[in-house]
Design a protein around this ligand. Structure first.
Ligand SMILES: *[C@@H]1O[C@H](CO)[C@@H](O)[C@H](O)[C@H]1NC(C)=O
Ligand SMILES: *[C@@H]1O[C@H](CO)[C@@H](O)[C@H](O)[C@H]1NC(C)=O
Ligand SMILES: *[C@@H]1O[C@H](CO)[C@@H](O)[C@H](O)[C@H]1NC(C)=O
Ligand SMILES: *[C@@H]1O[C@H](CO)[C@@H](O)[C@H](O)[C@H]1NC(C)=O
Ligand SMILES: *[C@@H]1O[C@H](CO)[C@@H](O)[C@H](O)[C@H]1NC(C)=O
Ligand SMILES: *[C@@H]1O[C@H](CO)[C@@H](O)[C@H](O)[C@H]1NC(C)=O
Length: 760
């Protein structure tokens, strides 16, 4: 009763709406006052332990799920662990947008796949800082939690994946850099004493199938070699956990090599806690209902065993109800003991301690944030810039940019897109600028005709579209895919442009007028027919560009800004879906797999990873000629002082970027390496560094500085260990390769990492 009384006082003080579950414990006057959890001089772990030690068994069990009941007699409020914020504070069980007045929207940034295409890590940190500021403002109003089940960092392995849009793409190095900057911005620094918000890297591990030909994520067993696990599936998580020090990790629905991820002590203890140092102030949540899904995996016969196996493997929170409903029975059956549950809860509440949950509000800057900090002019500008920076120009014969004196016929199922601009895991945006509205605002005289829908065989709209095109000076077709084609729980069977969109484009091309195709959606669609058709003059890829998406696209169409984004994925030919089943998790080419991602693909892509044109011409050269050889033993000796040998510097390469064209543009310098050193087979090439050089003026030369670590030039053996191998290496800059430099690593092979062996 006392606890409930204190919460209602708080509700008045902080104007917490009665409908939400959020409040703060009262460490000044509540039952917890003068206990260790309220002692700001004690360590977060000691504070959390002291709190959990006060719980009886019933109270322990009632706080193990996503909807923690709190403990009323201690004045500990209920807490909802499930809030989302993939590209802005997002609608989710723990987030409540107001229907009117304050807190009715939050800034809606582009989907991650487009933000990744910008190859600008400082921008990712800036975006994440805005998201965490707005999240705190929502929390202070009782409308969102302090922890967020974001980001999704599984590499986009197969083009059919319905959730590839949520990821930074297919390259583990790119994702690792992206997630480091993102966590920095979300959590308010790299492991700051007090978290801004707690992020959650998901889905650990090997998760990238929703529902492909009846293979459901809830029961899918991903068969993954140790080499691929170490080299492809885990580097984003290593960066998130070991280097960026994320507060939490989500284990995935799928099994890896026979064990459901949320029951897998090899993943959750050996790799996560022992190898990467995920400490006792950090927690693992299951994906929602993943513990109950142990039954679907036929891993356990009943839910008490599922609950006990989850906790004992290291899944601290069950997003679901399996723990809450079955732990009492599991205790009764001696499947686990009370201290196993207390350990899990201590990790969760240690994280809340680090979020300032038990500290005086007045002393905390984050607790002062409010509605005035949401959707600020600078956040709106950043949402626009993030979209502009990511847009990728795939083809251009000089038709783009289009003069504003041209009358445009804007045609297609994305031409008037609003909600579509956000993609999935979205919130409520303050506004959504469609391509049509943006074209008009930019000053183009524009007509709007749908022509067809995303996946339609109906041609009845073609005539109107062709008539509009005939009446215009230039045609802009806006189409591709959206959430009706790619979604959570929905993989694709085909990677072609759906429906009759390309039939309409072919007819429009027949008119012989300037024709620009805008391709939207997270996953790629095979544009081979557009690429080869000389009457399709230009193709722009716009992903899910967010609240300012139309403006961003039209500012590129009109030439106000030069595009500089690069594809963070391969655009595969349509036939790829017949060449390898989605369930084949291997990356390297084999008799039954043409190879996955730009590193291993043995057939020709439609557009290669890293493709991206601009409105100017860049000439590249090495600003300093790099050395012709390096001694492995000298590199390793010099690297011993680094926190981790794989992060020790190899060298920093300087590339001069000369703008030989007529307009200013950003330039993304991509540095790859290719070698035949180490274990066969050998990748086509691997991305080892990149940098976005901003605003290179026409006629000017900038220098792109490209740092490379030892880990980046290492290769991984069958046991998952990274090594520096002696042999010949070639640096390759840009896509297609513009300049190269060859060097040799001399000496004997040196082991950089010792990957934990799986249980035999
Ligand atoms: C634990 O405390 C709650 C009050 O929070 C009480 O209702 C319950 O009976 C207690 N359970 C045990 C096992 O003591
Ligand atoms: C907790 O997670 C479960 C599992 O998905 C979900 O059904 C439920 O709505 C969530 N509860 C709350 C309060 O968020
Ligand atoms: C514990 O087991 C006993 C019998 O062994 C049973 O009577 C009791 O209901 C069980 N309690 C729970 C919570 O399952
Ligand atoms: C509880 O079980 C764990 C193993 O799950 C064991 O390490 C620990 O010693 C046990 N604690 C008690 C108090 O029995
Ligand atoms: C375009 O979208 C806006 C906003 O959703 C809507 O109000 C308008 O009617 C649409 N225009 C056409 C021609 O469909
Ligand atoms: C697209 O439409 C066809 C029928 O024309 C249908 O068979 C297919 O399932 C649709 N695709 C999706 C992803 O809904």
């Amino acid at each position: 009763m006392l606890g409930a009384f204190c919460i209602s006082i708080l509700a008045v003080l902080y104007a917490v709406p009665a409908s939400t579950a959020y409040g703060f414990p009262d460490c000044a006057n509540g039952p917890l006052a003068h206990t260790t959890v309220c002692d700001t001089s004690a360590t977060p772990l000691a504070r959390a332990k002291a709190l959990i030690a006060m719980f009886n068994t019933t109270e322990l069990v009632s706080n193990t799920d996503n909807a923690s009941a709190g403990v009323a007699r201690l004045g500990l409020p209920a807490y909802n662990w499930w809030s989302e914020a993939l590209h802005g504070v997002a609608s989710s069980p723990g987030v409540t947008f107001a229907s009117s007045g304050d807190f009715r929207f939050a800034t809606s940034f582009p989907g991650p796949i487009l933000m990744s295409a910008a190859f600008d890590d400082a921008m990712i940190k800036a975006v994440a800082s805005v998201i965490s500021t707005e999240a705190r403002a929502f929390n202070n109003a009782g409308r969102a939690g302090l922890d967020y089940f974001t980001p999704n960092i599984n590499p986009f392995r197969d083009p059919r994946w319905g959730r590839g849009q949520e990821t930074p793409g297919e390259d583990p190095f790119r994702i690792a850099q992206y997630v480091f900057s993102l966590i920095d911005g979300l959590q308010g620094g790299i492991d700051p004493p007090r978290f801004k918000i707690a992020a959650d890297c998901k889905h650990f591990a090997g998760y990238d199938i929703e529902d492909w030909e009846g293979n459901l994520r809830y029961a899918f067993d991903a068969v993954i070699s140790t080499q691929d696990l170490s080299e492809f599936y885990l580097p984003p998580f290593q960066s998130c956990v070991r280097d960026a020090k994320v507060a939490s990790v989500m284990c995935s629905y799928n099994a890896v090599n026979g064990v459901p991820s949320c029951a897998d002590a090899y993943l959750l203890k050996t790799i996560l806690r022992d190898f990467w140092g995920f400490d006792e102030e950090r927690w693992v949540t299951s994906d929602c209902d993943a513990v109950g899904n142990f039954i679907d995996h036929k891993f356990v016969a009943d839910l008490p065993h599922a609950a006990a196996d989850g906790i004992k493997a290291g899944t601290d929170i069950d997003c679901g109800s399996t723990y809450g409903n079955n732990l009492a029975a599991a205790l009764n059956m001696s499947l686990l003991n009370v201290s196993d549950i207390a350990t899990a809860l201590t990790r969760q509440y240690a994280s809340l301690v680090r979020l300032g949950y038990f500290d005086p509000a007045a002393a905390q800057p984050f607790r002062q944030l409010g509605w005035a900090d949401v959707n600020t002019p600078s956040s709106q500008q950043l949402a626009y810039e993030a979209a502009v920076a990511g847009v990728v120009l795939l083809k251009n014969d000089g038709t783009l940019p289009l003069s504003k004196s041209k009358k445009l016929a804007l045609i297609g199922p994305w031409a008037n897109a609003t909600r579509q601009l956000q993609g999935n895991y979205q919130g409520i945006a303050p506004f959504l600028v469609s391509p049509f509205a943006a074209a008009q605002a930019a000053g183009f005289a524009t007509t709007l005709t749908a022509g067809t829908a995303i996946n339609s065989t109906d041609t009845s709209g073609f005539a109107a579209a062709l008539a509009a095109a005939r009446a215009a000076d230039a045609i802009v077709f806006a189409g591709g895919i959206d959430g009706s084609i790619e979604a959570e729980a929905k993989d694709r069977d085909e990677i072609t442009w759906p429906g009759n969109q390309l039939d309409l484009v072919a007819q429009l091309a027949g008119l012989g007028k300037p024709l620009v195709v805008l391709q939207f959606g997270g996953g790629q669609v095979d544009g081979a027919a557009l690429k080869s058709n000389p009457k399709v003059n230009a193709i722009l890829y716009g992903g899910y560009p967010g609240q300012a998406g139309g403006t961003a696209i039209m500012d590129i169409v009109s030439g106000k800004v030069s595009p500089a984004g690069r594809l963070p994925v391969t655009q595969y030919p349509a036939s790829y879906v017949d060449a390898v089943p989605m369930t084949d998790m291997s990356l390297r080419p084999s008799a039954t797999n043409p190879g996955r991602t730009y590193k291993w693909l043995t057939t020709a892509p439609t557009f290669e990873f890293g493709t991206g044109l601009s409105f100017t011409t860049f000439r590249l050269g090495f600003a300093r000629t790099p050395p012709a050889s390096y001694s492995i033993q000298a590199l390793v000796a010099a690297g011993r002082s680094a926190a981790h040998l794989d992060l020790a510097p190899f060298d920093t390469f300087s590339v001069s970027v000369h703008n030989a064209g007529k307009v200013a543009s950003d330039f993304v310098a991509l540095l790859f390496v290719k070698t035949t050193a180490g274990p066969a087979p050998f990748p086509n090439k691997e991305l080892i560094s990149y940098v976005r050089t901003k605003g290179v003026a026409a006629g000017h030369t900038a220098t792109a500085s490209l740092p490379v670590t030892l880990g980046s030039i290492a290769r991984v053996d069958a046991q998952g260990n990274a090594w520096l191998f002696p042999g010949d290496y070639t640096l390759m800059v840009d896509v297609p390769t513009a300049i190269t430099h060859s060097f040799r690593l001399t000496g004997s092979a040196a082991q950089l990492t010792h990957f934990p062996a799986p249980p035999s």
